[in-house]
Design a protein around this ligand. Sequence first.
Ligand code: FAD
Ligand code: NAD
Length: 480
Amino acid sequence: MTRHFDVAVIGGGPAGYVAAIRCAQLGMNTACIDEWRDREGQPVLGGTCLNSGCIPSKALLDSSELYEQAKSRFALHGVRCGDVVLDLRTMMDRKDRVVASLGQGIASLFRAHRITWLPGHGKLLPQKTIEVRETGGGPVTAMIEASSIILAPGSVPVELGAAPLQGDLIVDSSGALRFAEVPPRVGIIGAGVIGLELGSVWRRLGSQVVLLEAQTEFLTMADAQIAAEALRAFTAQGLDIRLGARVLGCRVRENQVELSYQDRTGDHSETVDRLIVAVGRRPNTRGLFAPESELLLDEWGEIHVDEHCLTNIPGVYAVGDVVRGPMLAHKGSEEGIMVAERIAGQQSSVNYATVPSVIYTLPEIAWVGKSEAALRAEGKECKVGIFPFAANARALTLGETAGMVKMVADAATDRLLAVHMLGPHCSELVAQAAIAMQFAASSEDLAMTMFAHPALSEALHEAALAVDGRPIHIARTRRT
Ligand code: FAD
Ligand code: NAD
C-alpha cells in the first residue's frame, strides 16, 4: 500500500534530519528514510557526520589532546601526574558512547515531532514516488508518495586505484576512527582536512605519521599565509608532510603496507603499519533514483540544484554534501532548514558567503570568506589587519601562542570580506567573525566593539584595529 506524506526526506544526516525536524515544526506530515546501520546492524540516524565523521573524529581529537597534554604539557603548568598511560579501548568506548547518545537524541527528537522514520534504502521514482527497500538490497518495505521530496544522501570517500582498501590495513576515515591498537607507523594519502585531523589523533597517541599530498602547495583551500604558518606548526609537532607526492601503488606484506610514490626528486618507497586514504569525498547518488525520474546530475556527479536547492524536478529538492558547495555538516543543515521553510511558502535563503570552515588540529584553523589571494584575484582592493596570538594575554596564560587572526576588509567601504585564523579555540572564535559578516559589519564596527579581557577574542578586536593601522599590543601597521 502506498503511504502519503507532505514531505519525504531521503537521508538522515545533518542535512536530512534537520530538514525533517523543520518540516515537522512547520506542521507538515514528514517521513525520513535512512539506510545507515550501526556495527550491531541497528538503524541509526545522524548519517556520516554523527556515525563516522564530525563527532567520532572530534571525540578522538579531544581525548588524544588530553593525553598529549597530560604527557607533555601539564608539567609546564606545575602539574605532575607521574606515568601517563594510554587506555585506547576506553578512549574508543567513550567515543562510541558519545555517538550513541547523540543518535538517541535525534531519534527522540523525531518521536517528539511525530516524524515517521523508515529505515531502509530510498529510491526516487517518477511522480514524486519513493520505493523503500531493506538496507543492502532486500525486499521493498514501503511505497511512498509525497507532495515534496528532499534528497539528502550525503557523500562517500573517493577511492584510489593505487591504494584499494584492504581490511584494517588500508582504510578510509571510518576505519581510521577505530584502530584497535596504536600503529607504530601510519601513512596517510592526502594532507587535507581528514588527513590532518586523523593524522593529529594518531600522532598524539604515539604513531609516527607520514602524509603524502599530491599538491605541491599545502592546504590550498585555506589562506596562503595561514597555511604556511600551519605547515610550520604541524611539522614542528612531528607530522611528516610530503608535498607533491603521487602514490603509484601499494602492496600488503606481512601485515604492513609498502607504498611507492613519486615526487619531483624521483621515486620513493615507505613501509607503514596502517594506511589511511583521505583524498576527498564524492556525492552519494548510487541507487538513489530511477533513470525514468529524470533527475539531473552535473558534471561532478552532484545533483543539479538552483540557489534554493530545487532540482530540475518541481517539488524535489536536494541538500547537503550531494549538492554544490563545501561538504560541511552545518552548510547541509542550513540548506535543510531553508528548503523546509520554502516548502512551507516562506522566502528563506542561505548566505553561502558566510559558511565557516574549521580544521580541528592544534592550533585550529578556521575561516569565513575567501582567501586574500582569491579576493585580490577577483579584483577586490583589500585592507588587511593581522594580530598574532603571541601578543594576546589569554593565549599566553593558556600556553597556546602559535598563530594569528587575519582580517580582510574592502579598501573602499571597510566592509569585512574575510577572517582567517590559526590558533587556540578558533572553532569558537570564527563564529564571531561569521556573525559580524552576516550583519554586514565593517572592520571599524569590530574595532568599536568592547571585548572582555583577557580573552582570545581580543585577537579579533586587535586584528580589526590593525586593519586601520592602530593595534594596541603590537607595533605594526596595516597592509593594503
Ligand atoms: P551524510 O551525513 O552523509 O548523511 C547521508 C545519510 O543518507 C546517511 O545516513 C546515508 O546512509 C543515507 N543515505 C544515502 N543514500 C540513501 C538512500 N538512497 N536511501 C536511504 N538513505 C540513504 N563536517 C563538518 O562540518 N565538521 C566536521 O568536523 C566534520 N568532520 C568530518 C570528519 C570526517 C572523518 C568525515 C568523513 C566528514 C566530516 N565532516 C565534517 C563532513 C560531514 O560529515 C558532512 O559534510 C555531513 O555529514 C554531510 O551531511 P549530509 O546530511 O549531506 O550527508
Ligand atoms: P580534502 O579535499 O580536504 O583533502 C583531500 C586531499 O587529498 C587534498 O589535499 C588533495 O590534494 C589530496 N589528494 C587527492 N588525490 C590525491 C592523491 N592521489 N595522492 C595524494 N593526495 C591526493 O578531503 P578529505 O580530507 O578527504 O575530506 C573530505 C571532505 O570532508 C572535505 O571536503 C571536508 O569538507 C569534509 N571534512 C570536514 C571536516 C571539518 O569540517 N573539520 C573534517 C573532515 C572532513
